[in-house]
Ligand binder design. Sequence first.
Ligand SMILES: Cc1ncc(C[n+]2csc(CCOP(=O)(O)OP(=O)(O)O)c2C)c(N)n1
Ligand SMILES: [Mg+2]
Length: 610
Amino acid sequence: MTKTIRLTAAQALVRYIGAQHNEDGDCFIAGCWAIFGHGNVAGIGEALHGAKDTLTTYRGHNEQTMAHAAIAYAKQLKRKRAMAVTSSIGPGALNMVTAAGLAHVNRLPVLLLPGDVFANRGPDPVLQQIEDFNDGTVSVNDCFKPVSRYFDRITRPEQLLTALPRAFRTMTDPADCGPVTLSMCQDVQAEAFDYPESFFAPQVWHQRRIRPDLGELARVAEAIKGAKNPVIVAGGGVHYADACEDLRAFAEAHGIPVAETQAGKSALAWDHPLNLGPIGVTGGEPANAVCAQADLVLGVGTRFQDFTTGSWGLFANPQRKIISLNTAAYDAAKHGAMPLMADAKVGLAELGDAIGSYKATAPAPALKGDWFGKVDPLTDAPAESNALPTDMQVIGAVQRGATEETVAMCAAGTMPGELHKLWKANKPGAYHMEYGFSCMGYEIAGAMGIKMAQPTRDVICFTGDGTYMMANSEMATAAMLSVSFTVVVTDNRGYGCINRLQMGTGGAEFNNLLAHATGGENSSIDFAAHAASMGATSVKVGTIAELEAALAKRHDIKGPYVIVIDTDPYPSTPHGGTWWDVGVPEVSERAEVNAAYAGYIENKKSQRID
Ligand SMILES: Cc1ncc(C[n+]2csc(CCOP(=O)(O)OP(=O)(O)O)c2C)c(N)n1
Ligand SMILES: [Mg+2]
């Protein structure tokens, strides 16, 4: 006779979560973020309370941003651990959909547990049920389907017996990793079932390291041996596979230089001789010049998104070949690449053996010297003047005050591009950029998630005024939990980067900066006062020197510390970068748009479709 235990579906869910471990012996799910409503308070709420000594529940202030905190936690820990997030039905659930998209793009694990309408349909329509006129099986939670790597709707308690192992397989499988949504019908959460006791036995989820297929390996090795000036494009997969050291060894052994994507940055120390630095639209001249010439591009753990490839205009050598070493077959076969489906760590090791003593022609070292010669002065503290500081100077101030343990983090606005170009990351994990979704509002909650993941790190969050306004309420959560990190708010009174993009595509300045928005002149937000009202320590500074002084105090401050500085919305690093495909109007009454369109058509010719 199978020994069973009678539990509600919610109790079984929580008990199973508590029994799943990673290879280090940690509980894979490190905690559960929760905002309760009628759709989860009685079922999941009761179960979480029952497990509160082993699985901590955190009370957030917005479903989207508490999920951002969970996702940042998993990203900083290189997917070795994740968190769960539960919401009520309807609006609370839909608030999490954006965060699911973020995790989906960035291939990051998170366990989303939205409540759902009654499976038994007894009270239909329950409060917050949308009612599809044509399909009785649809609820708002169907919106999670395209943004979940695994979606399941739990309409009977015993479905957890198959759904939960699938959920954990998805979150711990490097090739398939992403958000899981278990849509928990409200009545089912509270229904009991006799679960086999063995279902709750402790389990370890090992990190699968896929070795290359021998045919693929041989073909790729042949291609590399025939290359004169190859380049490696290092993406986030290098970090997730713990392959930073392996990448360094491979690059050094074969003299192949490395360009870093936003997710890959910090794989090699910024001053490593073979680190060409940032690639692509937000890249620098060293990487972009080498990529333009390269006869072979070896992507390692990269999605080859448009910011990396310059919308496929960057790799301009007509003879060039692309190789994609990736755990996901989807990424390994992109854009006609020769696939090498493998984990970055074991894949690089086996590829190294296969190419033996092969050495590439190293690029001119002067490239890097020239680059820093040009951009470093932009980050210097300005001489005293009445001009507003630039974002580049703000980066310089933070960089000068950075320690061995600093993590620079950001997601959207001017700063991701500036940080990619200018930030000098000393070691893996020193740079945390969410640039797959580039989701405004990730920053403050994400900084909290990073600090929770690595409490000894010095987390510095860069956020514009726009992204601060979009989502700041987890600041109160961080204050409540006494999670310490620094937020540098660059207030340029508007959506500065999009204003520049608008001008760059021939548009009139319109609806981005407050100065060009209806009623914008009436806006006067005191960010420091706002942050203080939520329990943060805050200060408004007027100059770069004051910013440096304020930053120096951060190590003694408990909870979030917010430093606000007004900056100039117009300047950005005038070096590096490459074309980015943004559709420009084909007809317009504006001469500037027509000129931009002519330029667009010219640039479009560089876009490789082969
Ligand atoms: C959720 C979301 N909405 C819209 C965008 C498009 N977008 C990218 S950056 C940006 C403006 C950011 O403004 P701010 O945070 O003030 O940064 P700034 O560029 O001014 O430094 C917008 C609207 C986005 N990335 N994410
Ligand atoms: Mg702004």
